[in-house]
Design a protein around this ligand. Structure first.
Ligand code: SF4
Ligand code: SF4
Length: 368
């Protein structure tokens, strides 16, 4: 199993490596441990800017935590504002990873990608794949986006029920098939978020992925907290850091008896053995961690490095440290400079806290 896991990690890095500028990636690999462990005040410019271009979505996934934020009706940066942002950061060579909501609800999404490539920056995107006409796919492949992640959450009935979008599975599969026929150097990844409705169907998901010819299947463990965990987490934050005033934007789930971890562990082993490095689980959990993840035991000994290499930009230009801390606004790109935000006190304060010990709510974070 150790060798299978190693093979999966290696393939994962291989598939995703085309998403990063090699020189930036190598320099980060050298600087990040120093900056993290020596607790340096200055942190190298983010390797990846996650640009959420819209929060609108034509699906309504049961486990989507973006829709849980009541303020998610954001204004959206226009093309010109995005251009100004890219103009300022282009010389630092960050990867721009486009997300949402569903990015294809923006009429100008292809122009945004064109702009990113015009500045010679690497570009990736995640989409639910239901809004792309053949013409759009052709254009997208001509733009040679570096990486495209499609969200698929199970076989037809399961996927449509989870996304609450009837016919979504069929449209998604058509899109992936046309994309895979037209692609040149774009890496195609299928992403499946594990949840109680689909965890027994992971083998079927891999079979579909093989049929539609993607480069990798990634299963992401569900990021969630139970009501009581959320309450406990908020109490700790309020008590320890009353001045910071933020909460986690995570899914609230009561999991008791809904994911059978024994069954799931066997299934994961079977899938890994059969499909090897074509499949990756994120994070890669051992059996004990997997059991803890899907029980009410919020505790992790893993470290979070995310705040040292990546950042999120909300559709209105607000900058946040990661997608689970949507209330922890660091600044806005319409008025603030990203470099100043990145090196600023507010983010540094959070880095100090997380470096000492991730918060209880971080325990089930897919970035660990
Ligand atoms: S497709 Fe993505 S953004 Fe849309 S509802 Fe599903 S998880 Fe949320
Ligand atoms: S571990 Fe915590 S701080 Fe780090 S990315 Fe996850 S939620 Fe954010």
């Amino acid at each position: 199993m150790f060798l299978t896991n190693l093979g999966s990690q290696f393939n994962y890095v291989r598939v995703f490596s085309n998403l990063f500028n090699t020189r930036r990636l190598l320099s980060l690999l050298c600087s990040l441990p120093l900056e993290y462990f020596l607790n340096l005040k200055l942190t190298s410019f983010p390797l990846c800017i996650n640009l959420l271009v819209t929060m609108r979505c034509n699906a309504n996934c049961k486990m989507c935590f973006f829709k849980l934020n009541k303020d998610h009706d954001y204004e959206e940066l226009n093309l010109n504002e995005i251009r100004k942002m890219l103009e300022k950061v282009k010389h630092r060579r960050p990867t721009i990873f486009i997300g949402g909501g569903e990015p294809f609800l923006r009429e100008d999404i292809l122009e945004i990608i064109e702009l990113i490539h015009f500045y010679k920056l690497k570009c990736g995107m995640v989409t639910n794949g239901t809004l792309l006409s053949d013409e759009k796919i052709e254009k997208l492949m001509r733009l040679q986006i570096d990486s495209l992640i499609f969200s698929l959450h199970g076989p037809a009935l399961v996927h449509d029920s989870i996304t609450q979008n009837k016919g979504g599975f069929e449209r998604l599969i058509d899109t992936i098939e046309v994309t895979s026929k037209n692609k040149k150097k774009t890496k195609l990844i299928l992403n499946c978020v594990i949840n109680p409705d689909n965890y027994l169907f992971i083998e079927e998901v891999v079979e579909i992925a093989q049929k539609v010819n993607v480069d990798l299947v990634r299963f992401e463990h569900l990021v969630f907290m139970t009501k009581s965990e959320l309450k406990k987490n908020d109490e700790i934050i309020n008590k320890k850091f009353p001045h910071l005033n933020f909460r986690f934007s995570t899914h609230k789930y009561e999991l008791e008896n809904r994911i059978d971890t024994e069954k799931f562990t066997h299934l994961i082993r079977k899938v890994k053995k059969k499909y090897g490095s074509f499949v990756i689980f994120k994070p890669l959990l051992n059996d004990v961690e997997l059991k803890k993840w899907y029980s009410s035991d919020l505790c992790s000994f893993r470290r979070c490095f995310f705040l040292w290499h990546s950042i999120f930009v909300l559709p209105n230009g607000n900058v946040i440290p990661c997608q689970f801390l949507q209330d922890y606004i660091l600044g806005n790109l319409l008025v603030d400079d990203l470099e100043a935000i990145w090196q600023g006190d507010r983010l540094n304060k959070l880095r100090q806290i997380i470096r000492k010990q991730p918060l209880p709510g971080c325990s089930r974070c897919c970035k660990l």
